[in-house]
Design a protein around this ligand. Sequence first.
Ligand SMILES: Nc1ncnc2c1ncn2[C@@H]1O[C@H](COP(=O)(O)OP(=O)(O)OP(=O)(O)O)[C@@H](O)[C@H]1O
Length: 282
Amino acid sequence: MEELLKLKHIGKRFKNKEALKDINLQIRPGEIVGFLGPSGSGKTTTIKIVTGQLRQSKGEATILGRDTQKIDEKIYEQIGIVTDQSGIYEEFSVYDNLLLFAKLLNVSPSEIDRLLTRVGLSEQKKQPAGKLSKGQGQRLVLARAVLHKPKLLFLDEPTSGLDPSTALEIHKLLLELKQSGMGIFLTTHNMEEATKLCDYVALLNDGEIVEYGTPEEICLRYNAEKRYRILLNTKERVVLDHCSETSQQIQEWLNDNVIEAIHSCEPTLESVFLTVTGRELQ
Ligand SMILES: Nc1ncnc2c1ncn2[C@@H]1O[C@H](COP(=O)(O)OP(=O)(O)OP(=O)(O)O)[C@@H](O)[C@H]1O
């Protein structure tokens, strides 16, 4: 399968600061790849390099098969970028904001209504964009970024500051876009979001990828203790280490039909990050 984005040994130095060190990453159609790191770890610098806004000091980056150092603004016809709410005209209506972009990107205006329904903004169609709530504004920015059906979408913290139900709606939309074959590059501080949405995640610390893989793979890699948390139908909760006695005990409880819930206790991405780097993500 062709790669939409490929980074090979990317490094970036700003005077005395080595902002990125040997970054390797790829995104294929239909994949959501998460770039997770605390503030200052190099997420924005990476996005700027791959979208041609900044030159790397080392390594090669290609976007849709083209060297990022040789791309021009035509690339924006095939990619979407959501960084913040800038670029939205507050006095224009929701519809007119999208119409403006539809004209710029040669998209039929008939797409707008369909997209507004999809992002749940049909009722706000005639409302000035400046009067939208934060979550509605975030959905408008996302709608604008995918209006021209880009092959690759860059999302910087798409749900930061949103209430859980609006964040859920955005997650649903992102999964639909993934299903349609779009590749998505997502930066986030939110490990739960990354675990739920991403096919692969890169944990970034101080400009370096310290772990890479599927969220499940990474968590299992750090599952040294191998424990099970069990809720019995007597409401008793037990935590057992992985060993032959535990297997026997679980088998007996299964035979007696007394287990209400059973979970393995692998670490979360959050705790893996803390183990690997010694620092919290937030
Ligand atoms: N133009 C610049 N000149 C000098 N240093 C810079 C420049 N841009 C970024 N840096 C430094 O490079 C490092 C990475 O910054 P970057 O903005 O990529 O981090 P980030 O992970 O996006 O952070 P945040 O989550 O806060 O947006 C930081 O130490 C930052 O101070």
